[in-house]
Design a protein around this ligand. Structure first.
Ligand code: SF4
Ligand SMILES: [Zn+2]
Length: 372
């Protein structure tokens, strides 16, 4: 049995945190909510991965199969110290040290399921390049197991860990690497007082430049409607962030906030103080963001994978038009042609469209802070 108080974060790991982008109250709240995570008491077999499956994805603008592996690590450095208000990744973290041998053993077990997928995605519920979470020896050994066969290997990392020093030992082991970076917003207030992100937008171009120096693709994850934002603010923030992130990224992924257990968004949602974004907002942000980014020369991929689309815990409209709007988002993702976004707004007629427009113009009728 693991001691829930035993996992202290190394000061050297926390050097990636920018305390100008930390909201102390939100951080304390996020930390308290994470004390309820079941795996803190029972992390289970540390040589057993969390999950592994094969799924459809896109590679070089065409459909492909991807092997997805979620490793059980000690967890995201920032989540262990409090962390982002909407992130439930810590629910799948061991909250205790997981060593190099154990991480490699997990991956060897998962790799038995490899079936010639062109893309391999390794998720750690944190940062693959965080040497305190996935030791450099484990990073190198895992990528060496994968080798040259898949066309691309993707993982995620906090920007502070995306450095020349981290990449140098990994250069050339696989055909192509891709790093996903949680940019979330280009707005400092949103990053600090809504998300409690722990790093500013400025960390992203620096990390992206390190990726470019090592021939690594850059994927940026943006958040649409983190807590305390009105729908209109969420639309403006998502659109502006697409425009700001696009010049540094090969792929921009706009993630509508969804409700994950043991997070502040979950607590707010239970009190009736948080609604995930409307699907209309996602379509409008993608259309406006893509139009402006293309005009500035962006030729990469911009997409939005809506988790729990149409459900109250995910981005949703009224229940009647959700499937139809989600269908347009899928067509847009597959073709990257913004005409599908414009057609969605022009052709899907639903009574909730007016309600969404009124929400944008007037904001919520009950202030979001009212029931806090
Ligand atoms: S969103 Fe990323 S940085 Fe924030 S707590 Fe989750 S894993 Fe950590
Ligand atoms: Zn509707």
């Amino acid at each position: 049995m693991s001691n829930p108080e035993a996992m202290t974060v190394e000061p050297a790991a926390l050097k990636v945190v920018d305390y100008n982008v930390v909201n102390k109250e939100l951080n304390a709240e996020a930390r308290a909510l994470r004390s309820k995570i079941a795996m803190r008491w029972e992390p289970g077999d540390l040589t057993e991965y969390i999950r592994c499956w094969s799924e459809e994805d896109v590679l070089d603008n065409r459909p492909c199969q991807a092997l997805v592996v979620i490793l059980k690590t000690r967890g995201c450095t920032w989540a262990l110290a409090g962390g982002c208000t909407m992130c439930g990744y810590a629910n799948e973290s061991a909250w205790t040290k997981v060593g190099e041998e154990e991480l490699v053993a997990q991956f060897e077990r998962a790799w038995k399921k490899y079936n010639n997928e062109e893309l391999v995605k390794i998720y750690t519920s944190g940062s693959f390049l965080d040497r305190f979470e996935v030791m450099p020896g484990a990073q190198k050994r895992i990528l060496s197991i994968i080798g040259q066969k898949p066309k691309k290997v993707a993982f995620e990392s906090l920007p502070g860990f995306v450095t020349d020093e981290a990449f140098a030992p990994l250069d050339g082991i696989c055909q192509k690497l891709e790093v996903g970076i949680g940019v979330e917003s280009a707005n400092l207030l949103v990053l600090r007082d809504s998300i409690n992100k722990g790093h500013s937008f400025d960390a992203f171009p620096i990390a992206a430049a390190a990726c470019k120096r090592h021939g690594v693709s850059v994927k940026s994850y943006l958040m649409c409607k983190p807590p305390f934002l009105k729908e209109s603010d969420a639309l403006t923030d998502a659109t502006r962030t697409i425009i700001a992130a696009a010049p540094h990224a090969d792929m921009v992924s706009l993630n509508p906030t969804n409700i994950q257990a043991n997070t502040l968004t979950d607590a707010l949602h239970k009190r009736g103080s948080y609604r995930p974004p409307w699907l209309w907002t996602i379509v409008q942000a993608l259309l406006d963001g893509r139009t402006a980014a293309e005009a500035a020369g962006f030729r990469g991929m911009l997409k939005s994978d809506v988790i729990a689309a149409g459900q109250s815990r995910g981005a949703h409209n009224c229940g009647t038009c959700d499937e139809s709007v989600a269908g347009y988002l899928k067509k847009y993702k597959a073709t990257q042609d913004k005409k599908w976004l414009a057609e969605c707004l022009a052709k899907v007629e639903c009574r909730c469209r007016r309600e969404w427009q009124l929400t944008l113009e007037l904001g919520p009728l009950i202030p979001v802070y009212a029931s806090l």
